[in-house]
Design a binder for this molecule. Sequence first.
Ligand code: DGI
Ligand code: FE
Ligand code: FE
Length: 192
Amino acid sequence: MNLDRDTALQLVKAKLKKERFEHTIRVADTAVKLAEMYGADVEKAERAAILHDYAKYRNKEEMKRWIKADQRLPKDLLHYHHELWHGPVGALLLEKEAGLDDAEVAAAITCHTTGKANMSLLDKVLFLADYIEPGRKFPGIDEVRETAQENLDKACLQAAQNTIFFLMSKGQKVYPDTLHNYNHLINTITHR
Ligand code: DGI
Ligand code: FE
Ligand code: FE
């Protein structure tokens, strides 16, 4: 991997507010533990976690320009909440600004907020670590933390369910990948 740990930490430290950097460190610790537990690449999990919120504080208009300009980014993002943009735009900017050249790490960063159908092991580790890191206080989180000790797919499913409930309770739109993630995990779990 081309970005070493300290370089990655310094890179994001410069871009993030203090609380967000502390969240990042907790996500990295959680991702390492999950990777060890479930046999994912520990180094990639840690790197993806350190970098996952790289674009969190980018200006909305700048992110919009990148989504329009880069053919790899799905245009339907523009019709959904801007909170969903920092993952895909972050992965792109890490390639452009920091020379990240790891497709697996970039993919995990891209889908960390919504998940997607057929997530890789690394995608799931980051998706779940971001959800259960010890600083999070979502309703139902303790159950997800417990499940995370036993079954990665079930824990990701619970996280996806909670997020969908939360969005519906606020009358918010649900991005298709959020639903694809949920549907795919239901199939994975019931067909085992
Ligand atoms: O960047 P973080 O705050 O660490 O966490 P995140 O990248 O998981 O973003 C969390 C936010 O994203 C949270 O407010 C819920 C929201 N979110 C997740 N999926 C969807 C969504 N928001 C909308 N509108 N639609 C979604 O499908
Ligand atoms: Fe995020
Ligand atoms: Fe995060």
